[in-house]
Design a protein around this ligand. Structure first.
Ligand code: ADP
Ligand code: MG
Length: 1014
């Protein structure tokens, strides 16, 4: 790895990052490589061993990068085939796939294999025009072997090449049926890919591809029927899981049959390992099979009534356990229900058949709601399961839907008949066991429905082929004995045969499509995950076999070195699972027939027989919970053994079978028929297997024992020989050692002794010399001491003289001090007297100063008083002036006020005069009014008089008129009414009428009448 080389390196989080080599250092055999990451500029040091360093490609932690722009080196999204990458390793593959995925390019080749990444949205890659392009490309390739396709990788191309190889093989080797294997973990997109391939093949091999291209579902062709098998199988076999909303809970192998001209003429579907446990137990965030939700969401009111479905799905135990009812992918169950109905019609199912199917499905739902309580028997203290009163109604519904007796149904769920000697006894089960047999019954009915549907589909889409091969149906047949033959796990072990069988009799070929459930790893993995992962192991083995081993054969044939290619071989993990007699499955089968065996005893057996297997792990932490771990090709998975035995047995007891057979519905009994054959066959097989296993185990055990005995003997002999040889050799060596040690010791002793003698001589001489020296030192010390004593005496005498002189000097000094003290005392007394005189003088001076200060103060106070008086006088004068000014102002104001008052009085007087004037005017006016009034009264009087006069005149007139009437007979008809009205003095209109009537004859008279009324 050169300095400045572009590399991929794993960082501390184990993620691949791009970087450059910034330093290389040799350290012993190893080489230290420093890499600086492009993203954050951080540096990390990697150690390469000598061999790794020589390789140049890198290690597990650091790899050479394909650099863009370098001659011949490709990187990124434009790499259609990973094989063209110069450095092909994990980070390069991941980087390329990621770059392509970012541009929605989900397909990439790696040699003949197509890698697909789930886009999780409808990428525009499947339009009819794109399909036509790949179709044309396929034709070109078929006719011109040198034709180079320019189209990008696509699943259409893979499907196309399988079709071309099948219909027009380019060599003898390729002349065989083809299979496309779709593999990947759960939710990777296998089922979607399978459907895309099916559609492509149906269009390619169809007689009328127009209807398929345009999505015309009214044309019922064999191609349509092949495609329409999907909605049915998905409704009954798919479910929402944690990872995938439409996860297939069964495996399927679809054989699409083509005649010699390449036309599609039939298909066969084989299903296996339906996850039946999902029916009775649904985990968190998961749903039961889609059909229940589709039925509850889409069935019409009439159907609901017929199938006795409740409106609320939450009441059903089988679907309310996980409290999860909806799909996250936006697909509506009601829409799928419609699609299912259409698919069933296309598949040729009669209304009666669909009705029976949904009655059974509804029966399963309702049966799940039948529950039991524990009760004590009267005779003993034994517990037996009694159907709960509030759930009996569901038993009634189930009995009705499955055409059974309710009593028989409850009995089958709550009791068993066992044979002791020649007699049969009935044993009653406790509530827990009752629930188990209820679930077993439901699982049997549901899987019967599923198998029936698969059989029906096969019958429909396989009819033509059966005709071609002489009526031998290869697929499942409804209610036939072949119903369960594909459902057993053993068919998996023969997977390779099924996938690559030679062409069947006749001129037809097929393309097989294998879509299984993906590898699963959850927090808790059970028997289902174990089987699914086992199936994936087998598939991986198949893959290894074809891709690597076959390739190796080709290499060797062409003389190319193959040894350097390492590929993961999962042979040993498959061995761990299926070896006999001590593989996981064999041990499980064995436990299933051992009386009183439990999941715990099974776990114990696994630990005992498989603990040393490299792919099997069972540490103490796992054993505590009866778990075990298998190192699969895709990773380590821990399995819980809980439920392994029960699920592996998957037994429906005789009571359940009898119950199903007692149904008056032919459909229900047909579901049970296959099951019965299967159960009998399975039991026979199990007994045979157990016997065989027993024999084999015994034989194995004996050979093992013999082998062990011989090994033990050999070991013993070898031990004895070794011990003898060892003893002889040991003795010889001890003797030799003793001799050698003796000689060495003697030599050592002599030399040591000589050295001691010499040392002693030297020592003695040294001692004599030391003694002499000591003596000399002592003599010197004595003379020194004498000199010291003499010097001391001299010093003592001198000190004595000095002491006497000092004493005399001290006495003189004391005398002088005393005289000095007397003098100082006299001075002090004198000073005190002077001080007293000074204080007296000061006091006199102070008294004088005080007198002066008092006098000055009195004068100042007097002056101040005078000043204050002067100021007071001045202030009083000013005040007086101010008062005078204010008085003048007040006088002015009063004058003004008086003037104003006068003006106001004048105004008032003026107003009073005006008012007076107005009053006079008013009085005058009133006088005038009164005069007017008087005048009017007079007038009234006058009028009254006039009126009286008029009345009198009227009376006179009336009298005159009457007289006239009496005299004039011609007027007699009209006058009475006039006279009547006038007399009564009444309403104007009548008067008017009467007057009008009179006008004609008596004009002046009428005017008079009017006046009267007013
Ligand atoms: N090619 C694709 N285009 C669009 N969506 C896809 C494609 N493949 C898979 N999916 C999406 O992923 C989901 C899971 O795919 P599926 O085929 O059911 O997974 P698997 O069978 O591997 O468990 C589908 O429901 C679909 O939404
Ligand atoms: Mg699937």
């Amino acid at each position: 790895m050169e300095f400045n080389a572009h590399v991929w390196a794993r960082d501390h989080l184990q993620q691949w990052k791009q970087g450059r080599v910034t330093a290389r250092e040799e350290k012993g055999d190893a080489r230290l490589i420093t890499v600086r990451f492009d993203s954050d500029g951080r540096e990390a040091v990697y150690t390469l061993t000598a061999s790794e360093a020589d390789e140049g490609e890198g290690t597990k932690q650091i790899k050479l990068r394909n650099v863009k722009g370098q001659a011949g080196v490709l990187e990124g999204a434009n790499v259609d085939d990973l094989i063209v990458l110069t450095h092909l390793h994990e980070p390069a593959i991941l980087y390329t796939l990621e770059e392509r995925y970012k541009q929605d390019v989900i397909y990439t080749y790696t040699g003949p294999i197509l890698l697909a990444i789930n886009p999780f949205w409808r990428v525009p890659l499947y339009s009819n025009s794109i399909l036509e392009q790949y179709k044309k490309d396929g034709v070109n390739k078929a006719f011109d072997p040198d034709y180079q396709s320019a189209l990008p990788p696509h699943v259409y191309a893979t499907a196309d090449s399988a079709y071309r190889l099948m219909s027009k093989p380019t060599s003898e080797r390729q002349k065989r049926n083809q299979s496309i294997l779709v593999s990947g973990e759960s939710g990777a997109g296998k089922t979607e890919t399978t459907k895309i391939i099916m559609r492509y093949l149906a269009i390619l091999g169809g007689h009328d591809s127009r209807a398929l291209l345009e999505g015309d579902s009214t044309v019922i062709s064999i191609e349509q029927q092949v495609l329409q098998s999907n909605p049915i199988l998905e409704a009954f076999g798919n479910a929402r899981t944690v990872r995938n909303d439409n996860s297939s809970r069964f495996g399927k192998f679809i054989e699409i049959d083509f005649d010699k001209d390449g036309f599609l003429f039939g298909a066969a579907i084989r299903t296996f390992l339906l996850e039946k446990i999902r029916l009775v137990h649904t985990s968190e965030q998961e749903r039961n099979f889609h059909i229940f939700y589709q039925m509850l969401a889409g069935a019409t009111e009439e159907c609901r009534k017929r199938w006795q479905l409740a409106p609320d799905p939450r009441i059903y135990h089988y679907i309310n356990q996980s409290n999860c009812y909806a799909r996250r992918d936006g697909v509506r169950d009601a829409d799928l229900w419609e699609e299912l109905q259409q698919a069933m019609r296309v598949m040729g199912m009669s209304d009666e058949e669909t009705d029976c199917i949904f009655s059974c499905v509804s029966g399963v739902l309702n049966c799940g709601n039948v529950d039991f309580d524990d009760a004590h028997t009267s005779k003993s203290d034994e517990l037996i399961g009694e159907p709960r009163a509030d759930t009996l109604q569901f038993a009634g519904i189930v009995a009705q839907l499955w055409s059974l007796e309710q009593e028989a149904l409850l009995k089958a769920m709550s009791s068993r008949r066992i044979k002791a000697g020649n007699e049969w006894f009935t044993v009653y089960l406790d509530a827990k066991k009752c629930r188990h047999s209820r679930d077993a019954l439901c699982k049997a009915v549901y899987s019967g429905i599923f198998d029936w549907l698969v059989g029906k589909i096969n019958n429909t889409i396989d009819r033509q082929r059966r005709g071609a091969v002489g009526g031998e149906a290869a697929g499942n047949s409804p209610a036939g004995s072949g119903l369960f033959t594909w459902s057993t796990a053993s068919s998996l072990t023969n997977g390779s045969d099924a996938l690559h069988s030679s062409p069947p009799p006749g001129d037809h070929m097929f393309i097989g499509l294998l879509d299984i459930f993906g590898f699963e790893s959850f927090d808790q993995n059970y028997f289902e995950q174990f089987l699914i992962n086992y199936a994936n192991e087998k598939l991986q083995q198949q893959f290894n076999h074809f891709v690597f081993e076959m390739e190796a054969v080709e290499y060797r044939k062409e003389g190319i070195k193959w040894d350097f290619v390492e590929f993961p071989n999962n042979k040993d993990s498959i061995e761990l699972i299926e070896a006999r007699p001590a593989g996981i499955l064999s041990l499980l089968d064995e436990q299933c027939i051992v009386p009183r065996a439990t999941d715990q005893t099974f776990a114990g057996n696994l630990y005992k027989h498989l603990a040393s297997h490299p792919r099997f792990k069972s540490g103490h932490d796992l054993r505590v919970d009866y778990k075990f771990m298998v190192a699969h090709y895709a990773g380590d998975i821990t399995y819980l053994t809980a439920g392994f035995l029960e699920k592996n047995r998957d037994t429906l007891h005789q009571e359940g079978l009898d119950l199903v057979n007692s149904s008056t519905s032919k459909f229900i009994t047909a579901l049970g028929a296959g099951r019965r054959v299967y159960v009998i066959a399975r039991n026979v097989v199990m007994v045979l297997q157990a016997r065989l296993r027993g024999k084999m185990a015994r034989r194995w055990y004996e050979s093992e024992r013999n082998l062990r005995a011989s090994i033990r003997l050999q070991t013993w002999i070898r031990m004895r020989m070794l011990r003898r040889e060892y003893t002889w050799e040991k003795r010889a060596s001890v003797r030799l050692q003793t001799f050698v040690r003796y000689r060495m010791l003697r030599r050592k002793y002599v030399t040591k002794r000589m050295r001691v003698i010499m040392l002693q001589c030297v020592w003695r001489r040294k001692l004599a010399r030391q003694e002499m020296l000591l003596r000399k030192r002592e003599a010197a010390k004595v003379s020194a001491l004498q000199a010291q004593i003499m010097a001391f005496e001299r010093r003592f005498k001198r000190f004595e003289a000095e002491r006497l002189a000092a004493e005399q000097a001290e006495a003189a000094r004391v005398e002088a001090e005393r005289a000095e003290a007397a003098r100082l005392e006299a001075e002090r007394l004198e000073a005190e007297q002077a001080e007293a005189a000074r204080l007296q003088a000061e006091r006199v001076e102070a008294a004088r100063l005080e007198a002066e200060r008092v006098a000055a103060e009195a004068a100042r106070l007097e002056a101040e008083q005078l000043e204050a008086e002067r100021l007071e006088a001045k202030r009083l004068e000013a005040k007086r002036a101010e008062e005078q000014r204010l008085a003048a102002e007040r006088a002015d104001a009063e004058r003004l006020h008086l003037e104003q008052l006068e003006a106001a009085q004048a105004e008032r007087a003026r107003l009073a005069a005006a008012r007076m004037e107005a009053a006079q005017l008013e009085a005058a006016r009133l006088e005038a009014d009164r005069a007017e009034l008087l005048r009017l009264e007079e007038q009234n009087q006058q009028r009254a008089e006039e009126l009286e006069a008029l009345r009198q005149a009227e009376a006179a007139s009336v009298a005159r008129v009457e007289a006239a009437l009496r005299t004039n007979s011609r007027l007699s008809a009209s006058t009475p009414s006039v006279s009547f009205l006038i007399m009564c003095g009444f309403s104007w209109w009548r008067m008017t009428l009467s007057c009008e009537a009179c006008v004609e004859h008596y004009g002046i008279f009428v005017v008079d009448v009017t006046l009267i009324i007013r």
